[in-house]
Unconditional design. Structure first.
Length: 607
């Protein structure tokens, strides 16, 4: 969960490294550093804290160079400090390494190297890589890296430079994303596309255990045994502005305001003549009638999307669905076979727990359908079928627009499966499709009235605990609303099913406790009104989120946020946005760093 950038060319390297790292700071911001080749030796500058601290330090240095590597860190091994920051040097100073991932057998390697006389300065797993490359170095850096990674267990994306070669550096990856940017008389590496958009749109996507030797005028890619690998060039067609703030104070607000557009982009091309058409997947009626259960596997926000997906697929397609946290999935020896479809959800397509869960399911014979946002990501490449969410780059750590698009894809899947199985009538099928097409306009209206949410947030941003309660689809929605608040405001928050209040939870409600209540499900509306009265009787303050038609909500809630009247089945895609906005305004009012919340990073590439 760190940012990596590397460059070799004919321009000054430090500004390019810093500019690239700024685009990747959402991936890690505990510390940052660069290593450059001066022509005669390696020079490393690094420090604890945000990238701005490194910039100040670099301003005091004379660092004219045209090759180097940079890193912004999210700490795993060792606390964030100057010593544990990357890059790490080998004992002689001849090798510098930046690393994203976790080396699981680093203690064993560390003990071996200590026996060879190597001394360690940091608490990190990465330092063993620098020493091990030096141990294997016999004049060819690529070969030394190949020998090194044969001994590494775990995940890694690596950038490696050597003091004896000012013209080339090495990159390698396993279970952690790394791309190679192709320029004119300059070439790059990065752990994510936004770092390179300003310089090139043509990239190579490295596969597991591939090594790239990168020079100013050439890129050679090898497998772990040193055999050449031919790669297709991937052309990035993002607009550069899509990865910029475009005048918004925070990426998170920009990305919430993009939700209507990205939902149109995701839904629109997949509906023709009132029919869902998913050309990217080859799942037919015969296959659907043969499966016994669907598993949805994901982490965090994506898992909450999966909870909504469970409700919708079971209701429309009448196929049993089980939702699993990817981090727990493979460790419980799941009962999976070729009679199961596994739906994998990941914004980045690189979430390591989810990727490992995919491999476990595939090993057991299941078919894999992935829902991802990043084209060419590891999860997309290893799946049998892929549906992309056209959310564009999402920079804020807390996911917003990606979640909405994940939901929309799950609805499309449910409708497609239901239609193929003839599990629903034509009227219900076409009515639900029409409702799904209405969602972007409904979101436009929600975003246009966000001042009301800001005002309510200003009255409650000092709360110690905030609870979310909901029923049915609104319970799944509550879990995401609660997570969003925790992630960026650091306020303790929990989500509960409304019917569970009497079974212990209501003991936590006291005078002044804020309770957020989405109530978008018509068949459960009266029961939610009763739940609101229960918490109000114990002194709670209630914010309800409901449809305009439900005017009785105003009689029981202290504050009512309305969304346009829409089919209750698709309402969660609309009703989540007020909760995202509420979390955002609370965090801003508390002075939190909304885009880069503490202890979190965007793409979770470590277990």
């Amino acid at each position: 969960m760190c940012g990596i950038v590397g460059y070799v060319g004919n321009k000054k390297v430090v500004p390019i490294l810093i500019n690239g790292l700024k685009k990747l700071e959402y991936r890690g911001y505990d510390s940052a550093g660069v290593a450059i080749h001066t022509g005669e030796s390696l020079k490393v500058v690094k420090c604890k804290g945000r990238l701005s601290a490194l910039e100040k330090k670099l301003n005091k240095e004379s660092m004219d160079s045209v090759m180097g590597i940079g890193h912004t860190r999210w700490a795993t091994h060792g606390e964030p400090n100057d010593i544990n920051s990357h890059p790490h040097l080998s004992v002689s100073g001849s090798i510098a390494v930046v690393h994203n991932g976790i080396i699981e057998n680093y203690m064993k390697i560390r003990e071996f190297l200590k026996g060879q006389g190597y001394k360690f300065l940091s608490d990190t797993d990465t330092e063993v890589i620098a020493h091990l490359v030096e141990y294997h170095f016999r004049g060819n850096l690529a070969e030394a890296v190949m020998e090194t990674i044969k001994e590494l267990e775990g995940s890694y994306a690596l950038g490696v430079i050597n003091n004896k070669n000012p013209e080339a550096f090495i990159a390698a990856r396993k279970d952690s994303p790394l791309i190679v940017g192709i320029g004119k008389e300059e070439n790059f590496i990065a752990s994510d596309i936004p770092a390179l958009l300003e310089y090139t749109r043509d990239i190579y996507i490295l596969e597991d255990q591939e090594i790239a030797e990168i020079k100013i005028d050439s890129i050679k890619i090898y497998d772990i045994y040193g055999d050449s690998v031919e790669k297709d060039i991937f052309h990035v067609d993002w607009d550069v502005a899509a990865a910029e703030k475009s005048g918004y104070e925070h990426f998170m607000m920009k990305e919430m305001c993009e939700e209507p557009k990205v939902l149109k982009d995701t839904i629109g091309p997949r509906i023709f003549d009132s029919n869902v058409v998913l050309d990217s997947i080859k799942i037919d009626k015969e296959y659907l009638e043969g499966i016994e259960k669907i598993f949805i596997v994901a982490c965090g926000t994506a898992c909450h999307a999966g909870m909504v997906g469970k409700y919708v697929i079971e209701k429309l397609a009448r196929i049993p669905v089980e939702v699993d946290l990817a981090s727990e999935f493979r460790y419980r020896d799941p009962m999976i076979s070729d009679k199961n479809l596994v739906i994998i959800i990941s914004q980045s397509g690189e979430t390591i727990d989810t990727l490992f869960a995919l491999r476990e399911a595939k090993k057991k014979g299941a078919r894999i359908l992935s829902i991802v946002n990043v084209v060419g990501s590891s999860i997309a490449r290893e799946s049998d079928d892929v549906i992309y969410t056209w959310a564009g780059p999402e920079i804020a750590v807390a996911s917003t627009k990606a979640y909405n698009t994940q939901l929309s894809v799950l609805y499309l899947i449910a409708l497609d499966f239901a239609n193929k199985k003839a599990a629903i009538g034509k009227n219900v099928y076409e009515k639900t499709i029409k409702s799904l097409q209405e969602v972007p306009d409904a979101l436009d209206k929600v975003l246009a009235s966000r001042d009301d949410i800001q005002k309510f947030s200003s009255q409650h941003y000092n709360a110690n605990s905030i609870f979310f309660i909901g029923r049915g689809l609104d319970y799944a929605l509550s879990m995401e609303g609660s997570l969003k608040l925790k992630e960026i405001s650091y306020i303790h928050s929990e989500a509960y099913a409304g019917g569970e209040l009497k079974h212990g939870t209501i003991a936590l409600i006291e005078k002044g406790t804020l309770v957020v209540c989405p109530m978008t499900q018509d068949m459960l509306h009266e029961k939610m009104v009763s739940n609101i009265k229960e918490v109000k009787a114990r002194g709670a303050v209630v914010m309800a989120i409901t449809q305009e038609k439900n005017t009785d909500a105003e009689k029981v809630a202290d504050m009512t946020i309305t969304i346009p009247n829409i089919d209750p089945l698709v309402a969660p895609i609309v009703a989540v946005t007020p909760m995202q906005l509420f979390a955002y305004y609370v965090a801003v009012l508390k002075g939190c760093d909304v885009d880069k919340p503490r202890n979190l990073a965007k793409s979770v590439t470590v277990e």
